[in-house]
Design a protein around this ligand. Structure first.
Ligand SMILES: *Cc1c(COP(=O)(O)O)cnc(C)c1O
Length: 401
């Protein structure tokens, strides 16, 4: 019998939406360089600009405020790296503001860029979060001094799903004369977002987390905001990102956005139900499960849970043998045996962090998939725990709590 394959790792990446695939297959014939003046080029240019309009509309931006880039990681690197220049001539008005505030739970592309900048002399402060992964607002106010040029806080966390109050963060930062960036890669298409309501200066998105193609992202840059290209050498994107446009990727991103706009509201309702079913099922069938992340201010598709006495890597591999795909912490951290920096920041012990898995649902996930997961998971945990010396069921010794 063919094993049923269940994909519950949508925060790592998503399958192409069938409509996106269709649109991209058709667009593959169109090879013109959008910078060329002839008919081939003009056709490509028209498609790129239409796509820009679609993506900008979705977040309430003007099309001129949207820069297409190679990935979410590139968008984040671009924004943070502005402040590597701040002491030079690139950002007039920001020469005295060479310090950055971010958080301990950002995606590695923000954390590692921040650490690199810190080595080069930029002052970087990493905000603590509470047990649910919410930013410590008192500490934020304390860190928000005159020399802070940029505040970068992710809208929703990829590992635990916790959502931050970006509007409040932006209000405080602007009152201090600091610019605000949010990495919205996980939030886009899972909650309605509008850049004016949020009040941000920069916003990052990526296509492959929303059923679009890999290797294409977009950066919102509010009109009038100081900016400096990360990739130089051409006039593309009005001089904000050199390199011939990824026409096919851009068309795919726009179609993915169009489909999110059409489908997301109904989908969220379904997700809320499936997440609750998953949570109830786990609670009812597995002892000592600990849920990570915020109980309500959290993305409806994401459930992160720790099983003391069972290693996340082992759970992931055993589930994979049964055709179910989940992840441990974040995909970017897997391959390393370091416990998740996000869970550690929430005050979780290294053991509890090691015993966690992330279940992330998507548009094609059904209640049947959740049932399948709930059929398999208790047996997997039981089996792994029975081999573990750190966990004794029913006893007083649960070392990994
Ligand atoms: C996936 C992800 C990124 C990176 O996006 P890429 O397009 O894969 O480079 C950045 N931030 C968050 C929160 C993510 O989940």
């Amino acid at each position: 019998m063919e094993t049923r394959r269940v994909y519950l790792d949508h925060n790592a990446t998503t399958p192409l939406h069938p409509e996106v695939k269709k649109e991209m297959v058709e667009a593959m014939e169109m090879f013109g360089n959008p910078s060329s003046m002839h008919a081939f080029g003009r056709e490509a240019r028209a498609n790129v600009e239409h796509s820009r309009q679609v993506v900008a509309d979705f977040i309430g931006a003007h099309e001129d405020e949207l820069v297409f880039v190679g990935s979410g990681s590139e968008a984040n690197n671009t924004v943070l790296s502005l402040f590597a220049c701040a002491s030079n001539l690139c950002l007039p008005g920001f020469r005295a503001k060479t310090s950055i505030i971010t958080t301990k739970i950002e995606h590695p592309c923000v954390l590692e860029t921040s650490e690199c900048l810190a080595h080069k002399g930029t002052k970087v402060k990493f905000l603590d979060v509470d047990q649910y992964g919410r930013v410590d607002m008192d500490q934020f106010k304390e860190y928000l001094t005159d020399n802070v040029g940029l505040v970068s806080v992710m809208t929703a966390n990829n590992e635990i799903g916790t959502i931050q109050d970006i509007a409040e963060i932006a209000k405080l930062a602007h009152a201090n004369g600091s610019l605000v960036h949010t990495d919205a890669v996980q939030a886009i298409g899972k909650m309605r977002m509008n850049v004016s309501d949020l009040g941000v200066d920069f916003l990052t998105m990526s296509a492959h987390k929303i059923y679009g193609p890999k290797g294409i992202g977009a950066l919102y840059v509010k009109k009038g905001t100081p900016y400096c290209p990360f990739i130089r050498g051409g006039h593309q994107e009005k001089g904000r990102r050199a390199g011939t446009e990824n026409t096919l990727g851009i068309i795919g991103l726009a179609k993915a956005i169009e489909m999110r706009d059409a489908e997301m509201d109904e989908e969220i309702k379904r997700m809320v139900e499936m997440k609750q079913a998953l949570k109830n099922g786990i609670e009812g069938s597995i002892d000592d499960a600990v849920f990570n992340g915020h109980p309500t201010l959290s993305m409806p598709n994401t459930l992160n849970v720790s099983f003391p006495g069972a290693e996340g890597e082992a759970i992931m591999l055993y589930l994979d043998l049964q055709g179910i795909a989940v992840s441990t912490g974040s995909a970017c951290a897997s391959g390393s045996l370091d416990p998740s920096h996000v869970l550690l920041a929430t005050g979780s012990s290294p053991e509890r962090a090691h015993g966690s898995i992330r279940i992330s649902m998507g548009r094609e996930t059904t209640m049947e998939d959740i049932g399948c997961m709930l059929d398999v998971l208790p047996g997997v945990i039981k089996r792994i725990r029975s081999m573990s010396t750190a966990y004794i069921t029913g006893g007083e010794h649960v070392a990994a709590k």
